[in-house]
Design a protein around this ligand. Structure first.
Ligand code: GLU
Length: 471
């Protein structure tokens, strides 16, 4: 069903709701809200059969208050100017919220990836990158893309390679894009990062006894029934970490079908099954749902939309049974649906916060590429040796020995994976409490989105003020 309000306008409605709580000059608020630049390109691609096709692509840079701008590149038939502007705006607020020092951007190419061969997708990606270079819409200090719906490590490698080829001798070219494979100067944990952040965020929300009591739920993630819509990089990892964290995944949906089992589904097995069969349909011991969208209305405690925007609308919001909605996707809930959910006293953990794990790890990858050294390389062995010496000293004084595994656990030097995972956990926990505190100041635990926007607006507007642009 078509949404009533265009996506960018929906984001701006959320902005306006929050902006009412500030006293910044209206011109400054307009500057924060507007999309600063947008580039539309139409370029030819040669199909494998020799035919020539025109491809449409966009890149929107929503806010230049901090540079580079940052945000993914999406390949989908739904991509258009409105969508990339909305998604770029969400990136600005997301980065501000978790103190990642970038402005927001987003790109997209209007294609159905299933209709193109790998060679054709490579030609499209390289030509799109070339267009970005020509328009000065990509670079380590300009605008840094990343994966999004329909793209992944493979596309990021093509982008990095094209950019590097076009900038011979430049030192930092690999920092022109994030989400690269680890072997291509990517960072450990980036692939799982958004889902991992979703898990940390939901776990933190569930760990506040007072809020769980208001929702009529027990504190903690343990035993909470979860359904996940979308089984790509984000949905799969969110489901995996939530189930490893003690939740019971009762419903899963991807583009081809949805399944349900009130006793719980094995996420790893479902992932493997989908890989082998192309869809989740007929997964053993599960009931098929006639429409993937029905997964949103299943009986559960936590619903995680992890697919696309405009999924929870005024048409289905009143049928949602979950007490908590964890927005792993960007823009899954329309403002009209938000009002309905608020009236139903559903806690919505907003996208701008909950899916920020991806860009947080992208920030670490960008830092790693600029410093040309992996995290932990300099100090890992030194730390380990120091701790071993300490344990030895304790053993000498006490005359007792630590068991081998205990020694290993207490002394091991942090790897890149350990460091970025701890940093992500800290980022998600800190930001959650910042938002929760602001929400309570606004009147309750159901105002998390407005609180998140308010914090982001304050940060961006204050940055402009301090820069002296609006004295
Ligand atoms: N596409 C992701 C998002 O929507 C990640 C962006 C990035 O890493 O720059 O947040």
């Amino acid at each position: 069903m078509a949404p009533t309000v265009p996506f960018f306008q929906q984001v701006n409605l959320n902005f306006d709701t929050a902006a009412r709580y500030t006293d910044f000059p209206s011109g400054l608020l307009d500057q924060v809200k507007m999309c600063n630049t947008i580039c539309h390109m139409a370029f030819p691609v040669k199909r494998d059969d020799g035919a020539i096709e025109v491809i449409h692509g966009w890149r929107a840079e929503h806010s230049h208050h901090k540079l580079p701008t940052k945000g993914g590149i999406r390949y989908s038939t739904l991509v258009d100017e409105d969508e990339v502007m909305a998604l770029a705006a969400l990136m600005t607020y997301k980065c501000a919220l978790v103190d990642v020092p970038f402005g927001g951007a987003k790109g997209g190419v209007q294609i159905d990836i299933r209709k193109y061969s790998t060679d054709e997708l490579e030609r499209i990606t390289r030509r799109y990158t070339y267009e970005l270079v020509r328009k000065n819409f990509i670079g380590p200090g300009i605008d840094v893309p990343a994966p999004d719906y329909g793209t992944g490590e493979r596309e990021m490698t093509w982008i990095a390679d094209t950019y590097t080829t076009l900038n011979p001798g430049a030192l930092d070219t690999l920092a022109c894009v994030t989400g690269k494979p680890v072997e291509q100067s990517g960072i450990h944990g980036r692939r799982a990062a958004t889902g991992r952040g979703v898990y940390f965020g939901i776990r933190e929300a569930c760990n506040v006894p007072e809020d769980m009591k208001t929702l009529g739920l027990e504190p903690g993630l343990d035993g909470k029934r979860v359904t996940v819509q979308g089984f790509g990089q984000v949905g799969y990892h969110a489901a995996k970490f939530l189930s490893e964290g003690g939740a019971v995944v009762v419903g899963l949906a991807d583009i081809g079908g949805a399944i349900y089992n009130s006793n719980g589904l094995d996420v790893e097995e479902a992932f493997q099954y989908r890989g082998e069969n192309g869809s989740l349909f007929n997964f053993p011991d599960a009931t098929n749902l006639s429409k993937p969208a029905h997964v949103l209305e299943l009986d559960c405690d936590i619903l995680v939309p992890a697919a696309l925007e405009n999924q929870i609308t005024r048409h289905n919001a009143s049928r949602i049974k979950a007490k908590i909605i964890g927005e792993a996707a960007n823009g899954p809930t329309t403002p009209e649906a938000d009002d309905i959910l608020k009236a139903q006293r559903v806690m919505v953990i907003p996208d701008v916060y909950l899916n920020s794990g991806g860009v947080t790890l992208s920030y670490f990858e960008w830092l790693k590429n600029l410093s040309h050294v992996r995290f932990g390389r300099l100090e890992s062995r030194f730390d380990e040796n120091m701790r071993r010496n300490l344990l030895k000293a304790v053993e000498n004084v006490s005359g007792k020995r630590f068991p081998e595994e205990e020694q290993e656990r207490l002394t091991h030097g942090a790897t890149e994976e350990d460091l970025v995972d701890a940093a992500l956990e800290d980022t998600m926990i800190t930001a959650y409490h910042e938002i929760r505190t602001e929400a309570r100041a606004l009147g309750g635990e159901f105002h998390l989105r407005t609180a998140a926007f308010l914090i982001a607006i304050n940060k961006v507007a204050q940055f402009y003020m301090q820069a002296g642009i609006f004295p």
